[in-house]
Write a protein that binds this ligand. Structure first.
Ligand SMILES: [Zn+2]
Length: 459
């Protein structure tokens, strides 16, 4: 537990806001623009978004729009790659907690750690620095707000599993008399509205609007808001009930609020959290659904930055998930040599959605026929019927996923994470600091410097 001194914050501010921009040393006009310190920062994480998933999504998009020229909205802004490994005595593959801690605090730690070091002491995060600098703060995620990434940016805990404590921390820990995060939008109602404590009421009394549905994003929007749209993480976009907003809806609402009376700038964390969840399940339909939901939100952030010209947007991943491979068991004379998005586009819901229907008693044939817009072979239907005899939704889900994997030539190697480097994209003032092959701690180090020492900032 630690609280920041308000006096120190005021003194620091006096230094920060007298010299918001550095004098560029370069004579090149384009470089000058890049070396300017951003007023606003939008830090974007595609959780579990490794390169093969990006390649697959780009190909999926090309097929969907019948255009080989389609790119992702972040493709033009690639600046480099970053490491993902934790500082862990046992592991050299990261979890989301250690990776988020590295990016949020500039320091590596052990897997499971929420912005604490090996001695379990809190590591100061860029959100805390931003709040001390009187910047407005917002988290927009598709997981529960207590999940590892938002938790590491906004709280401290010895373990990501302590979700009730993490939710408490979002309310209890203040900087300069204010909660650390002004706008919290995502899932996880069960961790805030509990038997032992009603954080929803506490936030409400503290001046936050409480949002529970997509409609509330327009009718109840305010400078301080807590939006919890489902009990746990949000459903995959393709399965999401109508009252649950998209990541884009939440991003738009947050940016509209952040940009009002915006004197001191803002820090926003935007996460496409459930690309990772689909990866853990080895669900290619879910992964493409979440990539699409994520891309639309990133587009809103980039459009804001392009118009504003004082906003830095960084887009990266914390790690890859599932060992997703673009191409598996392919290359026969019949099939050719490819990864094929067409069968994935034929899905109207994810396999997990279909599996629940079947486990709930609906017929295999009816469910597959309703939600997959392709005629399946007798063998494919039989494999799901066999799984259905077990009555286990998880087995049924895997049997349906196998259909999509085989038809699309998608491969998976694990239900966990993989340890490769991931891409980094950046747009706007300060983007040069993220170039090249960087350690994931460089993200936090760069942002600390931009927020706390803009007068000495050099990319
Ligand atoms: Zn994960």
């Amino acid at each position: 537990m630690f609280l920041f001194s308000g006096i120190l914050a005021v003194l620091t501010l006096a230094v920060i806001f007298t010299s918001h921009y550095v004098t560029p040393t370069s004579t090149n006009a384009a470089d000058k623009k890049q070396t300017k310190v951003p007023k606003n920062i939008i830090f974007i994480v595609g959780d579990g978004m490794g390169m093969p998933v990006i390649k697959a999504y780009r190909t999926f998009k090309q097929e969907k729009h019948s255009s080989s020229k389609e790119q992702t909205v972040w493709d033009p802004y690639l600046v480099g790659m970053q490491t993902t490994h934790p500082d862990d005595p046992r592991d050299n593959i990261t979890d989301s907690a250690a990776a988020a801690t590295a990016m949020a605090t500039g320091k590596k730690t052990y897997n499971d750690a929420i912005a604490v070091n090996h001695e379990t002491e809190p590591l100061r995060s860029i959100v805390e620095a931003a709040k001390e600098a009187r910047m407005r703060t917002a988290f927009v995620v598709s997981s529960d707000i207590t999940d590892a990434t938002p938790a590491a940016f906004g709280t401290h805990n010895v373990s990501r599993k302590n979700k009730d404590q993490i939710a408490d921390h979002f309310f209890d820990e203040k900087i300069g008399g204010e909660h650390k995060v002004d706008i919290l939008l995502g899932g996880g109602m069960q961790y805030f509205d509990r038997k032992d404590r009603d954080l929803v009421q506490e936030f409400k009394k503290s001046g936050y609007s409480i949002l529970r549905s997509k409609g509330d994003l327009t009718s109840q929007s305010s400078a301080k808001m807590l939006g919890l749209f489902q009990e746990d993480e949000l459903d995959r976009a393709i399965d999401r009930p109508k009252h649950v907003p998209t990541l884009k809806d939440m991003t738009q609402a947050a940016l509209t609020q952040l940009n009002q009376d915006n004197q001191h700038g803002f820090f926003m964390l935007l996460e496409g959290s459930t690309i990772d969840s689909a990866g853990h399940e080895n669900d290619v339909v879910g992964a493409m659904s979440e990539m699409e939901d994520f891309e639309k939100a990133v587009q809103v952030a980039l459009q804001f930055a392009k118009k504003d010209q004082e906003t830095l947007v960084v887009i990266t991943a914390d790690h890859a998930t599932g060992g997703f491979s673009f191409g598996a068991d392919g290359m026969t004379s019949e099939t050719g040599y490819k990864w094929d998005p067409a069968p994935i586009l034929a899905a109207k819901k994810t396999p997990v959605y279909m599996a629940k229907k079947i486990a709930g008693g609906q017929s295999v044939r009816d469910v597959l026929h309703t939600y997959i817009d392709v005629s399946l072979t007798a063998e494919e239907i039989l494999q799901v019927e066999k799984a259905a005899q077990s009555g286990k939704a998880s087995s049924i889900q895997l049997s349906i996923q196998r259909i999509f994997d085989q038809r699309s030539f998608t491969g998976w190697t694990t239900f966990a994470h993989t340890g490769e480097d991931v891409p980094v994209y950046a747009y706007g003032p300060g983007k040069a600091a993220f170039q090249g092959w960087i350690d994931n701690t460089k993200q936090g180090k760069n942002l600390f410097q931009m927020i706390e020492s803009p007068s000495t900032y050099r990319p």
